[in-house]
Design a protein around this ligand. Structure first.
Ligand code: CUA
Length: 149
């Protein structure tokens, strides 16, 4: 009797788990569909271009760094705190991965394709950029920084 009871309980638990996972999957799907349909609202666009073994940033509006004005920078990406940026992430050679661990960002950088995210930094500071796909001999050196001021 106890054995049958245990079995029933096990079946009930696994059924509940299955329904739970399916439900979770549906919610994930819905939120993904929503984000795909919603136009991204942002203040400025920055193209993030990966190549062995560096990151280049092309700004829609030039950035002021000290006395200099730049439309492109390599290694450092300059942003203003509180502004929302559209990042268009791509590669011009092999597959790379754009990651900013402190901001929970991880996006593939793929040749011929633009992966898009929005970025809004609320605290001044420096945030390390790393490549997360092995992309060849200099992969480990493919780092950079977001400088938010
Ligand atoms: Cu680029 Cu690893």
């Amino acid at each position: 009797m106890t054995q049958i009871g245990n079995k029933t309980l096990l079946i009930a638990i696994s059924a509940l788990l299955t329904v739970g996972i399916a439900f979770f999957g549906i919610i994930m799907l819905i939120s993904e569909t929503n984000s795909a349909n919603k136009p991204l609202i942002y203040d400025e666009r920055i193209d993030v271009i990966a190549k062995q073994f560096e990151w280049t940033f092309k700004y829609e509006k030039p950035v002021q760094v000290g006395d200099s004005t730049f439309y492109n920078t390599t290694y450092n990406m300059y942003v203003e705190v509180g502004k929302t940026y559209l990042l268009n992430i791509t590669s011009i050679d092999v597959e790379h991965g754009f990651s900013v661990p402190d901001l929970n960002i991880k996006v593939d950088a793929i040749p011929g394709k633009y992966n898009t995210i929005t970025l809004k930094i609320t605290e001044k500071g420096r945030y390390t950029i790393k490549c997360f796909h092995y992309c060849g001999f200099g992969h480990e050196t493919m780092v950079g920084e977001i400088l938010a001021s």
